[in-house]
Write a protein that binds this ligand. Structure first.
Ligand SMILES: Nc1ncnc2c1ncn2[C@@H]1O[C@H](COP(=O)(O)OP(=O)(O)OP(=O)(O)O)[C@@H](O)[C@H]1O
Length: 442
């Protein structure tokens, strides 16, 4: 299909009125994508904007921005430039850190409900497939980049994913299009560049359709991955349907591969990082060992615990700074170092409250309505509160007296002393403290 028609189709499939953003690096692919999309917008009018992220990592970066400005002004497309600070010390390599900063900038600019178009093409997909194979990935990694998917309530699309780089180069040549070359794309110490310049041309010299074949394999792996997700959903349904609390006995009825699949799938459903293969093996071996041994296996971005026969998948616990406590009147927003907690608390008789919020220390006793003074530890056991939740509890004290117990992550009062009531919370930020950040994906 001719390139322009491909983009026209993609735009026609975008609901009228929905804003389309083109992520414009200034390279050949995204400069061409913007040019084609601007032309398509004349036939299928949609609000169109370009977004350039200035990473500030190399002297050439100002030149990228200048090119983007020139191109957008020629096409009459509004350009937004986002400067980012790349955290080189984040332990994921410079490329990974730049990518994370770029996606954070995309999320800042592009509003939920809008579409973001990226210019990756078929040869990028072939490289991604090979990189995944060289890491020993399963079908999910081999599937590479999705042509279209939901991302943080936005629509992420790659309308050029089925198009060969050579086709894009030819089209840009015919149009006399200008673009900027990123010198870091020639650095063959980077794996992707080594594949691009060294390996793929060699493969293509023997198998001219190598790029096409590899990207077809990626698409087939994507289909297999979708089928596995359906299988995992069926298993999850059979085991009660709660991805955060899987029954260990039910898990043990599954074959090893299905058990691994289900745990990974549940992590994804919960927005948690999937466990690396070896961590997952450790976890499942501990489950298989049986008994009440306290199982706790953590990996970056998530952890798993077993309690009362269930495997709990959790965001990693965030702890409060040592010695932290806060004065609170019970109705103003309660802000703790983990975020804002949307709860309110008051005296039943309406008298003003002067409270101090402190982490639970142990040994607290509460006077419960109709039950007298009760030991908090026993009370939490009776309520079936898991140990890791007990560790994060805050106690509201009036003077020295504990009057309420708060789970700041669930934003819920677990116990209230006689004379105290939970009130409706002040309006505030929608993020519950401790909720995991959405993971960037493919
Ligand atoms: N600095 C940036 N600002 C905005 N979008 C970007 C930026 N860098 C990359 N992108 C988007 O992500 C896609 C993939 O990035 P990648 O680094 O593989 O491409 P590139 O070689 O820099 O640029 P191009 O794809 O335009 O030739 C780009 O096509 C573009 O849509």
């Amino acid at each position: 299909m001719p390139l322009q028609r491909r983009i026209d189709h993609a735009l026609a499939a975008t609901p009228p009125g929905r804003c389309v953003w083109v992520a414009l690096s200034g390279g050949l692919d995204s400069s061409l994508l913007l040019t084609l999309t601007a032309a398509a917008c004349r036939r299928h009018p949609r609000p169109l904007r370009a977004l350039h992220v200035h990473h500030g990592l190399q002297p050439a970066a100002d030149g990228f921005e200048r090119h983007c400005r020139r191109l957008c002004s020629r096409l009459g497309v509004p350009l937004f430039v986002e400067g980012v600070a790349v955290d080189r010390a984040a332990g994921q390599g410079l490329e990974g850190a730049a990518r994370e900063a770029r996606y954070a900038a995309f999320a800042r600019r592009v509003t939920p409900g809008e579409s973001l178009w990226l210019a990756q093409h078929r040869d990028d997909q072939a490289e991604t497939f090979l990189l995944a194979a060289l890491r020993g990935s399963g079908v999910r990694g081999l599937a590479g980049m999705a042509a279209c998917r939901e991302w943080r309530e936005r629509r992420l699309e790659r309308p050029l994913l089925g198009v060969a780089r050579s086709t894009l180069e030819a089209e840009a040549g015919c149009r006399g299009l200008a673009w900027v070359a990123d010198p870091s794309n020639d650095d063959q110490s980077l794996d992707r560049n080594f594949l691009r310049h060294g390996v793929l041309p060699l493969l293509a010299s023997r198998w001219p359709h190598a790029g096409d074949a590899l990207s077809r394999s990626a698409a087939l792996a994507g289909e297999a991955d979708a089928l596995l997700a359906e299988l995992a959903d069926l298993d999850l349904e059979r085991l009660g349907g709660d991805p955060a609390r899987l029954p260990v006995a039910g898990l043990e009825t599954l074959s090893g591969p299905r058990r691994r699949l289900l745990v990974r799938h549940c992590c994804a459903r919960l927005g948690l990082a999937r466990p690396p293969a070896r961590r997952l093996e450790t976890l499942l071996a501990q489950l298989g060992a049986g008994g009440d041994a306290e199982v706790r296996v953590a990996w970056p971005g998530a952890e798993a615990r077993v309690w009362r026969g269930r495997l709990h998948l959790l965001a990693p616990a965030e702890s409060l700074p040592a010695g932290w406590q806060a004065e609170w009147d019970g109705h103003s927003p309660l802000v703790i170092p983990l975020g804002e907690v949307r709860v309110a608390l008051g005296r039943a008789d309406g008298a003003p409250a002067r409270l101090r919020m402190v982490p639970r220390q142990g040994g607290e006793r509460l006077r419960l309505p109709g039950r007298g003074r009760r030991d908090l530890k026993r009370l939490l056991q009776e309520l079936g509160v898991p140990p890791w939740v007990r560790e994060r509890l805050l106690v509201a004290r009036a003077g020295d007296t504990p009057v309420a117990v708060l789970d700041p992550v669930e934003e819920a009062w677990l116990a209230l002393a006689e004379g105290w009531i939970s009130r409706s919370a002040p309006a505030g930020s929608p993020r519950p403290a401790g909720s995991p950040p959405p993971a960037p994906g493919r």
